[in-house]
Design a protein around this ligand. Sequence first.
Ligand SMILES: [Zn+2]
Length: 235
Amino acid sequence: MRKYFLIITSSIVLFLILGAAIFLISRSLSFQFFGEIYPNVVTSKKVIALTFDDGPSVKTDSILKILEDNKVKATFFLNGNKIENNFKETQRIVLSGNEIGNHSYSHNRLLFKSKRHIKDQIVRTDSLIRLAGYSHPIHFRPPYGKKFLMLPLYLKSDNRKTIMWDIDPESYADIASDSDKIADYVVQNSKNGSIILLHVMFREPSLKSVAVIIKKLKEEGYEFKTVSELLEFNE
Ligand SMILES: [Zn+2]
């Protein structure tokens, strides 16, 4: 009896440890089992990247205008299903000269999905980005930043980089709803080679914070780069 109790208890403990390990690895910004992953780049230069996830949406023209007015380029990680619904907006992002990345087709967690499903999510979105006229390399950012085994394995086989972030002001509830607090957080936490994550397509405070972030970081001597440009600085 005692033996069975020990076996069951240790199985539960092992199961919990394994679950915790998978959880931590799946959300890590800097580790995955296969391929290259970047939460930022390592550089002594004052360079930084703005990245905008999800969309496009009706906010596309607003964010493009802010970038144009401030003479800055950013990187948009777009979803295939949103591209289909906002195709003209996607074309305007292409024409604006900003970078476009792939953020999956339907924005579901690609944690324990089959290779076939993952490939379909990525290839469909790539095709739509190409259809909109984009001709540069397309990096990938996992929906919710979640990945485990099959996604990194597929990305490595496709010679793709996983782009994460190191500045995420929206993950703090007391900051996310206030554009001044978002800007302050970004400015205080940015460092050389940082990748800033904002959801400007759907979050008004985040959209409002962008002009302030650009102004203040420029005053500190930072130059804004697209993700591909930033990767060139990795030392
Ligand atoms: Zn997303």
